[in-house]
Design a protein around this ligand. Structure first.
Ligand code: PMP
Ligand code: GLN
Length: 400
């Protein structure tokens, strides 16, 4: 019997609504990579640093004594820089005082939004495969997820608008949208976003729009913020991440933009989760938004090349790949290799060829929909991708 069971008479200390969630697949796969000395194309984090000037600003801020609680909504410099960026890039106007909230990464923005909006028993529509924290945030709120499946169609993943409509019921409160989409790499077209917007307006839903890969789009594809569609600014919470845009995933700094009423509701929750978000990172992020978007252009160009390098290797190894229009992930269908279960393959991949990937099925309510896919991250140095490609070339032989 555990000490906890002896002390409390309760066997499982974890609340029932969180029991379906184990360790995140990202932590599990990174641990597997470390344990086996494999190349880690599982968890999505870059293996090179963000822009030097931005890193320097964080160091300077710490040395200058920016080390006490920043204001709850975020430091004014960052809120101002966020609004300038929204205006310049998307023509979206937000008020830095009341319509922006700085958060501990996009993860907190997502969780605080769901916790602020959903009563127990309310429903939230999610597109599966979904980023893993969506399901946990919905469960924490005591809400219920209603999945709409993204399926391959013409080399990319998309949804059936009829299925979306059917997923909405009388208790639906919100829809969580993620474009560019992790893990499929789909960037929703204006037409797809319009279908979502129509449902949100007809059924009076709030859109929680996760746009952390807003700058990581390729081949001239445009990222369209959901809030920029007619009638959507007033009902959309738009979420960004410094970690993804500037390659500092460990900084855990992000923000959301929304009408004041929604921001105020989310902030009410956020202030009791973390109160505020780290000060030095916020000042560095403000600097980066104003001075380092050129660096992001370079990152985007480099990532497009890495994507092509990895896809060529995966195709040569025998997978069917889906060329992502955005994010730094690629989906690979394992069936041409004579395999059917991505979970089994990702568990064996380290011992077979010393490479780690993520089984896409963990991002579904209906895992059978994603059993045949595995996800590879390509936000790694070219030599690492080339080494992985070399190892993948031997996969067919190893499978036997
Ligand atoms: N949403 C998506 C789709 C992601 O891939 C990630 C991972 N970066 C997050 C949210 C979380 O972002 P952050 O690290 O800023 O919390
Ligand atoms: N967003 C990253 C991914 O999808 C990892 C985030 C995490 O480790 N929680 O791989």
């Amino acid at each position: 019997m555990s000490w906890f069971a002896r002390m409390s008479g309760v066997n499982e200390p974890l609340v029932a609504r969180m029991r379906e969630f184990g360790t995140t697949v990202f932590a599990e796969m990174t641990a597997l990579a470390v344990r086996t000395g494999s190349i880690n194309l599982g968890q999505g984090f870059p293996d090179t640093d963000g822009p030097e000037g931005m890193l320097e600003r964080a160091v300077e801020a710490i040395r200058a004594g920016v080390n006490q609680y920043p204001p709850g909504p975020g430091v004014p410099e960052l809120r101002q820089a966020v609004c300038e960026h929204r205006k310049e890039h998307y023509g979206l106007l937000y008020d830095p005082d009341g319509e922006v909230l700085v958060t501990v990464g996009a993860t907190e923005a997502l969780a605080a939004s769901v916790l602020a909006l959903c009563e127990p028993g309310d429903e939230v529509v999610v597109f599966e495969p979904y980023y893993d924290s969506y399901a946990a945030a919905i469960a924490l709120a005591g809400a219920v997820r209603r999945p709409v499946t993204l399926r391959p169609d013409g080399g990319r993943f998309t949804f059936d608008p009829g299925e979306l409509r059917a997923a909405v019921g009388p208790r639906t409160r919100a829809v969580m949208v993620n474009s560019p989409h992790n893990p499929t790499g789909t960037v929703f077209t204006r037409e797809e976003l319009s279908a979502i917007a129509a449902v949100c307006q007809e059924r009076d839903l709030v859109a929680i729009s996760d746009e952390v890969y807003e700058h990581l789009v390729y081949d001239g594809v445009e990222h369209v913020p959901l809030a920029s569609l007619p009638g959507m600014r007033e009902r959309t919470i738009m979420i960004s991440s410094v970690g993804k845009t500037f390659s500092v995933t460990g900084w855990k700094t992000g923000w959301l933009c929304a009408p004041a009423e929604l921001v105020s509701a989310v902030q009410r929750v956020k202030q009791y989760l973390t109160f505020t978000s780290g000060g030095p990172w916020q000042l560095a992020a403000a600097y980066a938004l104003r001075h380092e978007l050129g660096w992001v252009e370079g990152l985007r160009a480099a990532l497009a090349g890495k994507r092509d390098r990895l896809i060529a290797g995966l195709d040569a190894a025998g997978f069917t790949t889906f060329r992502p229009a955005g994010t730094y992930f690629v989906q690979a269908d394992i069936r041409p290799l004579g395999l059917t279960d991505g979970m089994e393959l990702t568990r064996r991949l380290p011992e077979l060829i010393g490479v780690v990937a993520v089984p896409t099925q963990v991002f579904y309510d209906r895992p059978e929909q994603g059993r045949r896919f595995i996800r590879f991250a390509f936000c790694k140095r070219d030599e690492i991708i080339d080494e992985a490609v070399g190892r993948l070339a031997g996969l067919r032989r190893e499978i036997g």
